[in-house]
Design a protein. Structure first.
Lengths: 280, 348
C-alpha cells in the first residue's frame, strides 16, 4: 500500500513521474507519481478538490506539469506530435459541449479528426468506425437525431461513441456519470466495463461514487490532498480504515452481494444509530 | 426527423476524400450568384444608368469609351471593394463568433470597428491627412484595439462572455475617445469624419481594391486550413485538444486573421455596421449546419453588403445614403431579434 510502493515498471504505456500540478500559482499536487497498468480499468477516487480531475488532465496532456513529466510509451507526452498522441490516447472531459444543431452521427464523426487530414476528410474506414462506435454504444438508431434533443444518458453514450471513434488504446474519462440518474450511471459504467473487457482498451476514469469505483475498477487509485494514499485492486485496498483516511468518513466495508467487491456502508448518525439499537 | 445523411463523401482512388454537405454547397453557390448579380446591378446603378446587358458587354471589353470609363474606372472598383469588404467582414465575424462561442462576439460589439474609427479620426481631425493616410490610420487603430482586447481578455484562451464583456468595455472607452475627437474637429473635418464613420463605398477606387484583395488571397487559404481545427474547438478546449488540435495555435492564428480582415475592411469602407454580426448567423440558418460555416459566411457578407449598397442607391439615389446606414438599420433590427430569441432560449 502507501508505505511500500510497488517498484515502478517501465512497461506500462502511461505514467506520471514526480509531477507537480498547478493552476497559475495554486499548487494542486506535488511530486505525484502514478502508473496506469496496461489493459486495466483504472479508477481514480478521492474527496472533492483532491486533484483527481487535475491528474486526469495532466495524464491527457491538457495540463502541463510545472515539474516532472507524464510519459506515454516512454516519451514525455508534451513533446509528442498532438495528432500522434490523439491516436493513442483519448479523453472525454467534463466540459465537452455539443455544438448547436449537430446530429449524433456528425458528433461521433468528429472523433475521427486525428485520423484525417485536409485531403483525407472522410475515408471508408472513417465511415465504418463511426458506425461501429455507434453500434457498440447503442446509439446507432439515434444517428440522425440532434444531440440537443437527447436525454442525459443518451448524450453521454454519444460522447463515449465519439471517444471510441478516435480508436485509441487508452481512453480517459472525467466523471462520465455526473448528472446522470442511477440507472444511466450503471448503464454508462457497464458500457465502460464492456469496452474494457471485450476490446482490451485501457480505461482511466475519475468517479465520485466510491461503491461504483470499487465495483467496476480493476485498479483503484485513492487520492487525498494531491497524494496517492493507496493503489491496487479494490479487494486488496478498500478497507474501513482507508475510507476514513481518504474521505474522513466512518463506515463499514462489507462484501457486495452482487459482485463480491467491497461495498462501503457509511456509519449512521449517532442519534439514529442509538434509536436503531433501542428498537431492536 | 431527417432520414438521409447530411453530408456526402466524395472519394477518389489514392486515398483522397472530401466531405461535402450538399445543402451548404447549394447555399454557397446561390449566395455567390446573388453577390455577383447585385454587383452587376450596382455597376449599372447611379446618375448614369447602364443596362445590365451593357455592363456585361463592357466588362467583357466590348463597350463604348464612355461606358468603359464609368464601368472600369468608377463603378467596378467600388463594387469590388464592396464585395471584398463584405466578404472580409462576414469571414471575420464568423471567426470571432466561433472562437468566442457567442453570436455577440462579433467585431461590431467588441469595439474593433470603433478602434478603427478612432485611428481614422486621429488622422482626419488631428492631422488633416489624405484619404490614404486615413485608411492607414484606421488599419492601425483596428489592429491596436485587437491587441488590447487580446491582452485584456486572454487568460488561458479566450472564453465567450469574457471576450464579449472586455470588448464592450474597450468599445465604450474608444467611443468616448471618438466623441472627444469629434468635438475638437472644425466643421469641415467633422463632416468628413461623420461620413467616414457611417461606412460608405462612395468614391472607392482601385487603390482600395488591391491591398484588400492581396490580404484576402493570403488569409483565406490560411483560415480555411485551420477551419477544421476551429470546428473541433466548438466542443470545448479539452475535447479539441484531446483530438489533437493545437488549441492555442489555432486560436491565435484565427484571431489574428480575423482582426486583420476586420481592420482592413473597416479601413477600406469605414465601419459598415452589423455585417460581421449578421452574416454568420444568417449563413448558419440557411445551411442549417453546425460549425463556423466560414465559406457561407464569407459569401453572405459579400452578398449582403453589395445588395444593401444597391438598395440604398436604388431607393434614395446615388451618393445620398451611405451603405452603413442600410446595414445598420437591418443589422440593428436583427440584433434585437437575436437578443430576444437568445433570451427566450435562456442563453443570456
Amino acid at each position: 500500500m502507501s508505505a511500500t510502493r510497488f517498484p515502478r515498471s517501465t512497461v506500462n504505456r502511461l505514467s506520471a513521474e514526480h509531477v507537480t500540478l498547478a493552476y497559475d500559482q495554486r499548487v494542486i499536487a506535488e511530486q505525484l507519481s502514478v502508473e496506469i497498468p496496461d489493459h486495466s480499468f483504472t479508477v481514480i477516487v478521492g474527496p472533492n478538490a483532491c486533484g483527481k480531475s487535475t491528474l486526469l488532465r495532466a495524464l491527457s496532456r491538457m495540463l502541463k506539469p510545472s515539474q516532472g513529466k507524464v510519459l506515454l510509451d516512454g516519451q514525455a507526452i508534451g513533446s509528442l506530435p498532438a495528432k500522434q498522441v490523439a491516436r493513442t490516447l483519448g479523453l472525454l472531459p467534463q466540459s465537452a459541449v455539443a455544438p448547436e444543431g449537430i446530429t449524433v452521427a456528425d458528433l461521433v464523426g468528429r472523433g475521427r479528426y486525428p485520423h484525417q487530414g485536409l485531403l483525407r476528410q472522410w475515408s471508408t474506414e472513417d465511415e465504418r468506425v463511426v458506425q461501429e462506435s455507434m453500434r457498440q454504444t447503442g446509439v446507432a438508431e439515434l444517428a440522425e437525431r440532434y444531440v440537443d434533443e437527447l436525454s442525459g444518458g443518451q448524450r453521454q453514450r454519444v460522447w463515449i461513441a465519439m471517444a471510441l471513434a478516435q480508436q485509441t488504446p487508452l481512453l480517459l474519462l472525467d466523471e462520465p456519470t455526473t448528472y446522470l440518474d442511477i440507472q444511466h450511471q450503471i448503464d454508462v459504467l457497464d458500457l465502460c466495463a464492456e469496452l474494457h473487457e471485450t476490446q482490451g482498451r485501457t480505461l482511466v476514469a475519475v468517479l465520485h461514487d466510491l461503491n461504483h469505483a470499487a465495483r467496476y475498477a480493476t485498479h483503484l487509485i485513492a487520492l487525498r490532498g494531491g497524494e496517492v494514499i493507496a493503489e491496487g485492486a479494490p479487494n486488496d485496498i478498500v478497507t474501513a480504515e482507508l475510507v476514513e483516511r481518504v474521505f474522513g468518513l466512518k463506515c463499514q466495508v462489507i462484501e457486495d452481494p452482487e459482485t463480491g467487491t467491497p461495498l462501503v456502508v457509511p456509519a449512521a448518525r449517532k442519534a439514529r444509530a442509538q434509536r436503531v439499537t433501542a428498537a431492536s | 426527423m431527417r432520414t438521409h445523411p447530411r453530408s456526402r463523401a466524395v472519394r477518389v482512388p489514392g486515398g483522397l476524400s472530401l466531405r461535402l454537405d450538399p445543402r451548404a454547397l447549394t447555399v454557397v453557390v446561390l449566395l455567390l450568384l446573388a453577390a455577383l448579380a447585385a454587383g452587376l446591378a450596382l455597376i449599372g446603378t447611379g446618375d448614369a444608368r447602364i443596362p445590365v446587358a451593357d455592363v456585361v458587354r463592357t466588362l467583357a471589353g466590348n463597350g463604348n469609351a464612355y461606358q468603359h470609363f464609368i464601368v472600369h474606372e468608377l463603378r467596378l472598383p467600388r463594387v469590388l471593394v464592396g464585395l471584398l469588404v463584405g466578404a472580409s467582414l462576414g469571414l471575420g465575424g464568423a471567426l470571432f463568433q466561433s472562437v468566442s462561442r457567442n453570436p455577440l462576439g462579433s467585431p461590431d460589439v467588441l469595439g474593433l470597428s470603433q478602434g478603427a474609427t478612432a485611428g481614422a479620426l486621429v488622422v482626419i481631425v488631428l492631422m488633416s491627412g489624405s484619404a490614404a493616410e486615413v485608411t492607414l490610420g484606421a488599419l492601425i487603430g483596428g489592429l491596436v484595439t485587437g491587441l488590447a482586447i487580446y491582452l485584456l481578455a486572454w487568460k488561458q484562451g479566450v472564453h465567450g462572455y469574457r471576450l464579449v464583456l472586455v470588448g464592450i468595455g474597450v468599445s465604450a472607452v474608444v467611443t468616448a475617445v471618438n466623441g472627444y475627437l469629434l468635438t475638437k474637429a472644425d466643421l469641415v473635418d467633422a463632416a468628413r469624419a461623420v461620413v467616414w464613420m457611417t461606412g460608405s463605398l462612395d468614391g472607392r477606387d482601385w487603390d482600395q481594391v488591391w491591398p484588400l484583395l492581396g490580404l484576402c488571397a493570403v488569409l483565406l487559404p490560411l483560415v480555411l486550413t485551420y477551419g477544421r481545427g476551429l470546428r473541433m474547438l466548438e466542443m470545448g478546449d479539452d475535447t479539441a485538444g484531446a483530438l489533437g488540435v493545437p488549441v492555442q495555435r489555432v486560436r491565435l492564428i484565427l484571431m489574428v486573421s480575423a482582426v486583420l480582415l476586420t481592420a482592413a475592411a473597416t479601413a477600406a469602407a469605414g465601419p459598415v455596421s452589423f455585417v460581421a454580426l449578421t452574416a454568420p448567423q444568417l449563413a448558419r440558418r440557411l445551411t442549417r449546419s453546425p460549425g463556423p460555416n466560414l465559406v457561407a459566411s464569407l459569401c453572405m457578407g459579400a452578398a449582403l453588403l453589395v445588395t444593401a449598397d444597391w438598395a440604398s442607391q436604388r431607393v434614395f439615389g446615388a451618393g445620398r445614403l451611405p451603405v452603413g446606414v442600410v446595414t445598420g438599420v437591418l443589422g440593428g433590427g436583427y440584433l434585437l431579434w437575436l437578443l430576444v430569441t437568445e433570451r427566450r432560449a435562456g442563453r443570456i
